[in-house]
Design a protein around this ligand. Structure first.
Ligand code: MG
Length: 296
């Protein structure tokens, strides 16, 4: 009988290996996506607003998250409530900086520990996504805040129809603009061999779940997986900025794993926004009726 992957017994025994990257894509003048890949925070922000405003919004968002004390301390003690405080601070700063003309999505994970057990604290606001690839299967953990997701939930269209729906880019929640600034949170136990994928809609807008799963199954190295996901999105048309983070969790019961994870994600990757600032913008405009579009 094949042994089932076990829940990782202790956060101290957990090793994280991380790949990350972003690309402007083939159609956009700028890259408005930003990301943070710094243990214990791995998140992607897709800015909306156009004319560099979206870049400002997503950049503020990830830089605000980079102020979480857990990045410096390595502590696994973040909570949904504490993360939400940082999101509200980001929301306020974005509104001040852009006059509520720009917004950003945010999705990702924070590695936390409860009673000695490691969990993925998954967060989402908007239509960037967090997936878990486990035992060969890909599952979307986050639920999009989008018009088409509401139609899917209401049973009016299928997921397949949603992927090509003309209003698929209209988001119903964001930071920095609109009235809904509360993110959704999920607490998912970390299991041996977990592979977390966080991405902007420039990835899942070009590739379906099956194509994404194939790449995650084929490319063992997390950076190679990220690079191939981005290249595949570009080959498919690259109509939007595309950003991916892949986090692999491995059980290393020798007590040295936390240090390894900390040094794997170097400080120079704390804010992807800074790294690629020369590159970013989505033509994501606030539409004539005030609707939020993560794309145009
Ligand atoms: Mg996008």
């Amino acid at each position: 009988m094949k042994p089932q992957p076990a829940t990782v017994p202790s956060a101290a025994d957990l090793r994280l290996d991380v790949g990350h990257g972003t690309d402007r894509g083939l159609r956009r003048e700028m890259n408005e996506d930003s990301y943070i890949a710094a243990d214990p925070v791995f998140a992607v922000a897709d800015g909306m607003g156009g004319h560099e405003a979206g870049e400002i919004a997503s950049g503020i968002c990830v830089r605000t998250l980079a102020e979480m004390p857990q990045l410096a301390s390595g502590a696994r003690d973040a909570t949904a409530g504490a993360v939400q405080e940082y999101l509200l601070a980001a929301d306020e700063t974005i509104r001040e900086a852009t006059g509520s003309r720009a917004g950003t999505t945010l999705s990702g994970v924070v590695l936390v520990e409860q009673l000695g057990m490691p969990y993925w604290l998954v967060l989402n606001i908007g239509d960037s996504r967090t997936y878990r690839f486990s035992r060969g299967g890909l599952t979307q953990i986050s639920v999009d805040h989008s018009e088409v997701q509401e139609l899917v939930d209401a049973g009016q269209i299928s997921r397949r129809e949603a992927a090509v729906h003309p209003r698929r880019h209209v988001v119903t929640r964001a930071l920095g603009t609109g009235y809904e600034t509360e993110a959704d949170y999920w607490l998912v136990p970390v299991e041996e061999g977990d592979r977390i994928l966080v991405c902007s809609d420039g990835l899942n807008g070009e590739l379906d779940d099956e194509q994404i799963a194939d790449i995650l199954a084929t490319e063992a190295d997390p950076q190679a997986a990220v690079d191939e996901l981005i290249q595949a999105a570009l080959r498919s048309g690259g109509r939007d900025n595309v950003t991916c983070i892949v986090v692999d969790a491995t059980n290393v019961p020798d007590g040295s794993a936390v240090r390894t994870a900390t040094s794997t994600v170097a400080a120079d990757h704390i804010a992807g926004a800074d790294e690629t600032a020369a590159a970013r913008t989505d033509v994501l405009d606030v539409g004539p009726d005030g609707e939020l579009r993560s794309n145009s």
